[in-house]
Ligand binder design. Structure first.
Ligand SMILES: Nc1ncnc2c1ncn2[C@@H]1O[C@H](COP(=O)(O)OP(=O)(O)OP(=O)(O)O)[C@@H](O)[C@H]1O
Length: 245
């Protein structure tokens, strides 16, 4: 579903990506793990065409998006749902209207159809009817995340990108969010890319983990395989978690 081929990106003197190769099969969840400033967000922005590389290819669902013009790029972007670190909900809208917003913008569904669609996504995220009329400020951080995720999948995207979905959350809420990511994968069959520096969460949700260090992916594979990696950057990073257990 996503194929990154020899991707390079430099900002001034700062060589951020120096030959990224990554393949994310349809229906799988790939976690991109790496330290602060290692280029995770820059890599994700290339996947939706928000940044243009110096060289390399970004192939989404069989199409290289790099040479694309604005219209074609927009068509490909419609295949994506995004979940940001801050849930980025509209504070002045109810939960229902937040989740309905992309449908009102991009479809011509009747109110009944729209309600059914919103309800099915809220169900998927375990959000009950009484939550629909609440405002984001009335919800806990974990609930806001779930509403954000319901909104991200309401247009039935093929791919969902999560930018540090568990940063700043307590361990129980983090587990909740992990479950929601898995629910979206299993319930909707989406392909997911999760940017994280949360090792526990990465091992919970990832079919594949790609470890980014100094502009390249130095280890990539199922979680158990990553744990065995002998790459020094991976070892040091994982020891901060597994070393304590
Ligand atoms: N638009 C930009 N212009 C110039 N430099 C940028 C730009 N975007 C990112 N960078 C630089 O690219 C590097 C990688 O940044 P990026 O945000 O991808 O890191 P990250 O791995 O997501 O880190 P974190 O986990 O802290 O969010 C940093 O040195 C950052 O300063």
């Amino acid at each position: 579903m996503i194929e990154i081929v020899d991707l390079h990106k430099t900002f001034g003197e700062n060589k951020v990506l120096t030959g990224i190769n990554l393949s994310v099969p349809a229906g799988s969840t790939c976690v991109i793990l790496g330290g602060s400033g290692s280029g995770k967000t820059v890599l994700m922005k290339h996947m939706i065409g928000l940044l243009r590389p110096d060289s390399g290819q970004v192939i989404i669902d069989g199409e290289d998006i790099i040479p694309m013009g604005v219209q074609s790029l927009q068509r490909v972007r419609n295949k994506f749902g995004m979940v940001f670190q801050a849930a980025a909900l509209f504070d002045s809208m109810t939960v229902f209207e937040n989740v309905a917003f992309p449908l009102r913008e991009h479809t011509h569904l009747s109110e009944d159809e729209l309600y059914a669609k919103v309800r099915s996504k809220l169900d998927l995220m375990g959000l009950k009817r009484e939550v629909e009329s609440k405002f984001p400020s009335d919800l806990s951080g974990g609930m806001r995340k779930r509403v954000g995720l319901a909104r991200a999948v309401v247009l039935d995207p093929k791919i969902v990108l999560y930018d540090e979905p568990t940063t700043g959350l307590d361990p129980i809420t983090t587990d909740y969010v992990d479950e929601m990511i898995l629910a979206a994968q299993k319930g909707l069959g989406v392909t997911s890319v999760v940017i994280s520096h949360d090792i526990s969460s990465a091992f919970n949700v990832g079919d594949q983990i790609a470890f980014l260090s100094k502009g390249v992916i130095v280890a990539h594979g199922p979680p158990e395989q990553l744990r065995e990696s002998q790459h020094p950057a991976v070892k040091v990073f994982l020891e901060t978690w597994f070393g304590k257990n």
